[in-house]
Ligand binder design. Structure first.
Ligand code: 5GP
Ligand code: MN
Length: 333
């Protein structure tokens, strides 16, 4: 999106917000820090303006994000559709990824806003603020609030930081820009307690997460050329360790960090029999979003995911072979 479009879209979003009173904010299933953080950030700013705001997520707030002030306002979708003027989808590449119950809750909304940073987003809103160059939806929300002069209460400030920090691997990934650090500096000037929020985000894991890491390491495999590394989480392990869905968040970074590895993959058997695939590329020449899309998934060039039919013994070789081809075609250049 060019900057001229950006200011026009910001203006359009400002007009929709001014003209309406009630808002339902949603984000993707199995939400991460950017999803929940963006909801809380925009939600509390709108509340501070006197708007009626509902925050809903198909899977609720993961235990690891419950420390966020305002997270208690994010609820599971109610059975009945909510009487709201505007539905806002945040950090959600495709409409179905909001979840069926959330979509039903939003079915009475007259206007849809779609705010996201996924390149695969097909622009399903009435107004679409999508910029794949932004490292996090939280950064887009921040820029929107600043541009429109909206309030930034403490809940919003902290949630923006967590959204951006978690989606940039603590301000490390290549997607991080000068604007990202300006955002961090501005939030600290606004009173953010940076030591505490990082400790809450990164040094606060349940013991079972380490047990999960041990189980995953026992399944670790690497291709002969050392470029493709992967591990898997079986449903049995999930039950044995009594895992929560977010316990595996970020663990794929361990295999990505290995010298020589260009693509890291995490296979996970879901309780419904489907397979979740998480992929990370360390190499701008290998676009894992393209590979994900051939299986009906999506995401970003360097971080993408798929939810596909099981069993694992069928899904795994299909994905690995597609990744081997992607790596091989890159090696030929
Ligand atoms: P993760 O591996 O952390 O779950 O996801 C990495 C990225 O891929 C995220 O931006 C996420 O939104 C996207 N992603 C993960 N799973 C899916 C999926 O099943 N479908 C689509 N469209 N995107 C996904
Ligand atoms: Mn995101």
């Amino acid at each position: 999106m060019e900057d001229k479009d950006f200011s026009q879209v910001i203006e359009d979003i400002g007009a929709v917000i001014s003209a309406h009173h009630s808002f339902l904010l949603m984000s993707h299933v199995r939400p991460d820090g950017d999803a929940i953080g963006s909801q809380i950030a925009l939600g509390f700013s709108l509340m501070a303006m006197g708007k009626e705001v509902y925050l809903v997520n198909e899977d609720g707030v993961p235990e690891s994000l419950e420390f966020l002030k305002g997270s208690e306002k994010v609820t599971l979708p109610p059975k009945e559709a909510i009487e709201v003027d505007v539905a806002i989808a945040l950090d959600t590449a495709t409409k179905p990824r909001l979840g069926d119950k959330s979509l039903h809750a939003a079915s009475k909304a007259k206007v849809w806003l779609n705010i996201d940073h996924h390149i695969s987003n097909p622009a399903y809103g009435d107004v679409n603020l999508i910029n794949a160059r932004k490292p996090a939806t939280g950064q887009i929300v921040y820029e929107l609030l600043i541009a429109l002069g909206y309030p930034i209460p403490d809940e919003t400030r902290d949630a923006i930081y967590v959204a951006v920090s978690t989606d940039t691997g603590s301000f490390q990934y290549a997607s991080t820009t000068a604007e990202t650090y300006v955002l961090g500096a501005d939030l600290i000037r606004r009173g953010l307690n940076v030591g505490k929020i990082n400790a809450d985000t990164y040094d606060n894991h349940p013991y079972r997460r380490l047990e999960l890491m041990r189980a995953l390491l026992n399944t670790l495999q690497i291709s002969e050329d050392g470029q493709l590394a992967y591990w898997e989480l079986l449903d049995k392990t999930r039950m044995d360790l009594d895992l929560q869905p977010d316990d595996s968040e970020g663990l794929i970074d361990m295999i990505r960090s290995v010298k020589g590895v260009r693509v890291a993959v995490f296979f996970e058997e879901l309780p419904d029999g489907k397979i979740r695939v998480s992929m990370r590329s360390k190499d701008s020449g290998v676009n894992v979003c393209d590979v994900a899309m051939t299986f009906g998934g999506g995401g970003h060039a360097l971080a993408a995911g798929i939810r596909m039919a099981g069993p694992l013994v069928d899904a795994k070789p299909r994905v690995l072979s597609a990744l081997r081809s992607a790596l091989a075609s890159q090696n030929n250049f």
